[in-house]
Design a protein around this ligand. Sequence first.
Ligand SMILES: Cc1cc2nc3c(=O)[nH]c(=O)nc-3n(C[C@H](O)[C@H](O)[C@H](O)COP(=O)(O)OP(=O)(O)OC[C@H]3O[C@@H](n4cnc5c(N)ncnc54)[C@H](O)[C@@H]3O)c2cc1C
Length: 336
Amino acid sequence: MNKLIGVDLREVPMKKFDYLRPKSLDEALTLLNQYKKRAKLIAGGTDIIVMIKQKKIAPEVLISLQEIQELKQIHYNGNLRIGPLVTHRMIEKSDLIRKEFSALSDAVDVLGSIQIRNVGTIGGNICTAAPSADTVPPLLVLGAQVKLKSLQGERSLPLDQVFLGPGETVIEDGEILTEIFIPKPLPHTGSAYWKHQRRKALDLPILGVAVLISLDRSTVTCSDLLCTSSPISMVLHALEEEELICKEVRIALGVAAPTPMRATKAENLMRGKKISDELLAEVAEMAAQEARPRDTIRGEAWYRREMVRVLVKRMAMRCIERVLRPEETIFPVRLW
Ligand SMILES: Cc1cc2nc3c(=O)[nH]c(=O)nc-3n(C[C@H](O)[C@H](O)[C@H](O)COP(=O)(O)OP(=O)(O)OC[C@H]3O[C@@H](n4cnc5c(N)ncnc54)[C@H](O)[C@@H]3O)c2cc1C
């Protein structure tokens, strides 16, 4: 029962719509141009069907992208190109993505449930533009760009220029997201994402934190310390002695602002510096200051900000772990 309006929405029939299944991208673009605002694209349908059922939107026509095989491919030649119709489950099962673009695997591992991951797509996750979209902070730290196609032509833009507000993007009517491009990471790069949630499945994040770090090298004499029970302060002290330098860093936050965001001031503080406990604490503090969270039913702003401070440091350490011990599973997983 929807208590707000006092009507059981299940008893109000869904408005009828036509369901079109173009076989090619050109056909889809032509249909989109023909129906304009009366039509909506559908990929896996896990967001849009919910919106139709909740009567938030009432398209006359749904244009399915499911028959367009070229949108379902993953290509890798150092750079990674992911079609928007690639499902979360396909990404979860990719050993290559797990190894080279780990933050994205971390995100799909905990997105919805297996049933949702089997049908929900990465393109749909981006285009819905929810502040809580799990794949977006990882894609931001991985430096993703999106390709948008319309009958008028094609444009590419960095993912961080796509989002305007909750549910709002720069994607125009008549445009289809056709590719997500992720450049080859620098050598000695690790990335990680943490979804801070109450349950282990089928929950939206209270906060999402993604970090990517490129180090100046991948060997240190103290790497064994990472998987011993030595106190964390001792591990960080040993790392500081090694003069390990952070060459590149990106930090992205979900549900910390109206759109997924980069913590660029925190990144600037860390880039080019020697890894140390003090530096990580300063960077985490800066990211917490940059966040613009609000109070919601899932968590209050002060709490989210506090968790930015905790999780940025943890994810930075996980990135470093992944560079220095790439083949190892550190068990039990350390709660940096
Ligand atoms: C039970 C449940 C649990 C969920 N849990 C999570 C979760 O934990 N984390 C999370 O991030 N999300 C979650 N979601 C939301 C959803 O599953 C994801 O956002 C999913 O990735 C959406 O993909 P889709 O293919 O189903 O999109 P669709 O519903 O098909 O489309 C979503 C929107 O994107 C547009 N669109 C789709 N493809 C394109 C394209 N190529 N070009 C332009 N526009 C396009 C559509 O027009 C529509 O507006 C959950 C949803 C449900 C129902």
